[in-house]
Design a protein around this ligand. Sequence first.
Ligand code: ADP
Ligand code: MG
Length: 694
Amino acid sequence: MEKVYEIFGTNVFNDAVMKERLPADTYEILKSTIKEGKSLDSSIADTVAFAMKEWAIEKGATHYTHWFQPLTGITAEKHDSFIFPTEDGHIIMEFSGKELIKGEPDASSFPSGGLRATFEARGYTAWDPSSYAFIKDETLCIPTAFCSYSGEALDQKTPLLRSMEAINKQALRIVRALGYGDVKRTTTTVGPEQEYFLVDKELYDKRPDLIYCGRTLIGSMPPKGQEMDDHYFGVLKPRVAAFMRELDRELWKLGVLAKTEHNEAAPSQHELAPIYTTTNIAADHNQLTMEFMKKTALRHGLVCLLHEKPYDGVNGSGKHNNWSISTDTGINFLKAGKKPAENKLFLVTLAAVIEAVDKHQDLLRIAVATAGNDHRLGGNEAPPAIISIFLGEELTEMLNSIANGGNLLNTERVRMKIAAEIIPELKKDNSDRNRTSPFAFTGNKFEFRMLGSASSISDTNVMINTMVADVFLEYAERLEKADDVNAEVDAIVKNVMENHKRIIFNGDGYSAEWEKEAEKRGLLNLASTVDAVPLLKSEENIALFERHNVLNRAEINSRVDIVLENYTKVLHIEALTLIDMINRDVIPAVTAYSNLLCDVINNKKALGVDASVELELLNRLSACNKDLFALASSLKMAVASAERSKDILEKAKEYHDVILKIMTDIRKYADSAESVVPSSYWPYPSFGDLLFKI
Ligand code: ADP
Ligand code: MG
């Protein structure tokens, strides 16, 4: 087998390849384009395209595609081959600068929430040179942004790039005001930890709910669940280990910094963490990671489930978005250093994040709102739907003492104490309380843990970047005007501790008391997608996004519609799948077993043997079948009624208020039937099989 350093990035048109294959002047221009986040100079496009094509063909590529991230949340690609006919009936392989810079996918089949009437069906993709081109499936993939011809964002990447620009603009003002004169650019960085389940393909194929919905709609916990906590960091099963090794290699070839692979809390649940990188690249890489998890699993006779809640009663899957911001001179804004109380950049950034998260709790909740994630948030294993920040007691105390500037002696003492004691703790805080926090300071970064496992990380980072940019803007104005910047930073900290302290919570985020306490503090608790997403359209939010040129009113409105539409579609498919499973598999299975019971009862009676147990079972199963039949009919009617709604929010509410409830009821009856019907009669593999047979 090749060495890791030999395969790392072999399928990426990265800096080394560019340097080797491009004329020196072209390379310099491209490099500065990338560094400064500009778009490609058309004068060098043909040269770059030619080099890229030659490289790709040598690697066996025959096609190219503009790889983009429409609002469906997954990636899209339309493949074109390089072939070009010659007059003598042969072909040559061609790829022009124009084709590299701009593509025109048929935009009509992607959701736009009314931004682009379908009859126009015109949008274009444009290369994002800050994200390297790469090869997968014999195709040269060019990472692109996707916009309508009038310039509106039709994808997730465009607003992400705009938000990175927005925060860069304000962050530069902050660092300059604090005296870091040599900084030219700042970049946000992200390391997304990805959770997932694996399931045996043959068993998966027997479950329509897994096939159509990615999660089980019925089924109950096996005798052994995760209560033993023996899976977490346990030894990998050989098949899983083989899958992980191959996945790592596939990702390394694509330049993805896959670093850590381990088991998670639930049986057959695992996690992959990459080393952090620039946010837009991290978003691309996370999409590739999810894609390759699915593909690689299949090669090992496994299916990778990215759904947030594949099994009721078992821990769901999420993503942890580790976020920070640093300068091109290598300074991490969130690195406390040896004397955090004197590190003004650290303090100002900490203050900005606290203020931003408190002011914009709604945006963080909206960013992670999907039908799948609703099963997780507020459930007892995931962070609750309430947003709060974990700082740790020492750091909170430090901010308090700075805010409490009257007592300088005391502040001084705390400063000493902090410098001496807490730094190791700041570096790595794995206390249980921290783990229950949705937004935790974990050393030199903030870790947001409410993301669903299946979603793109783009929305989350658009929100974090924009809301921190907005607070930075305000602070920059203060710092630029201040006579004494250091005193002004302390004043900012004081302000934040006076006005936004309520968002800081260092206790157990999963406890019932916290929910009550949070309500007292006036924190938002948006339980479902339907409650959260419409808030994106508030005038305040529209003003925020327009102020920083991240999203305009039309784009925001379209996004709300798309998320709600997606929500109703998911529930529609789930409801139809469940109706089918109940009517065609579950009821007949119960009937078949009842038939056996009837025979036994008759035979026993003929022999004069007691048949009371069989009779009792038969009665229970008959009642259960009757309820299932009735509930499946009501579900059908409820779906028909919801589908008649013209208004998308009304429709989503019907799905949430009525349909989800009937589905939960059906599950109760089906699960109680499963607990008495012999497995030879039950139409589906049990949770025990799905979770433990790998
Ligand atoms: P832990 O295991 O305690 O959660 P790790 O050090 O393993 O912490 O980090 C978790 C994730 O955070 C990794 O993906 C890591 O690369 C990422 N990370 C570390 N530093 C930063 C940073 N400055 N910006 C963004 N992500 C970071
Ligand atoms: Mg983590």
